[in-house]
Write a protein that binds this ligand. Structure first.
Ligand SMILES: [Zn+2]
Length: 155
């Protein structure tokens, strides 16, 4: 089944279609139908390529957002592995993780919580204040990001 389309075209276009029909050995009518069909296909492909490009752009933006959000977490994770002081009992290196997560010296098992005690009488000689403050700063940033991410529904 077929339909007829009447369309007024420029002399230039008519000449070009005639030439195409002659070159491809088609009648003028089937050359026009063929060209229209290809034109529609090209237009559809163009749209789907545009849609794909738009998807890629949006995914790239999403990846960048996640990478940006992860930076403070990565910085905190790296900092927890660094030395923040020495064990008051044996003098072994104490990392942020030893101090805040495990709470004990990995060498002698001594309780490290006195290092965090607010009591000024407790000897804090084993804690490097500067390094510890950097660790707390990284922790604060990681927590703030986690909080904001949660408030935003994770999206
Ligand atoms: Zn120790």
């Amino acid at each position: 089944m077929s339909q007829t389309i009447y369309a007024r075209v420029s002399d230039q276009l008519k000449a070009a279609v005639d030439e195409h029909a002659t070159r491809s050995g088609q009648t003028l009518a089937s050359a026009v139908a063929d060209l229209l069909d290809r034109g529609l296909q090209a237009t559809a492909d163009e749209r789907s390529i545009e849609a794909l490009e738009e998807n890629v752009r949006s995914l790239q933006a999403e990846v960048e957002t996640y990478e940006e959000r992860e930076k403070p977490l990565v910085a905190f994770a790296q900092r927890t592995a660094l030395k923040v002081g020495s064990c008051p009992s044996c003098g072994h290196d104490v990392s942020g993780r030893d101090l805040l997560v495990d709470g004990q010296c990995r060498n002698c098992g001594a309780n490290l919580s006195p290092l965090l005690a607010p009591d000024p009488k407790v000897d804090k000689g084993g804690l490097n204040e500067g390094d510890f403050k950097l660790l707390l700063g990284a922790l604060g940033l990681a927590l703030a990001v986690a909080f904001v991410t949660q408030q935003g529904g994770g999206g």
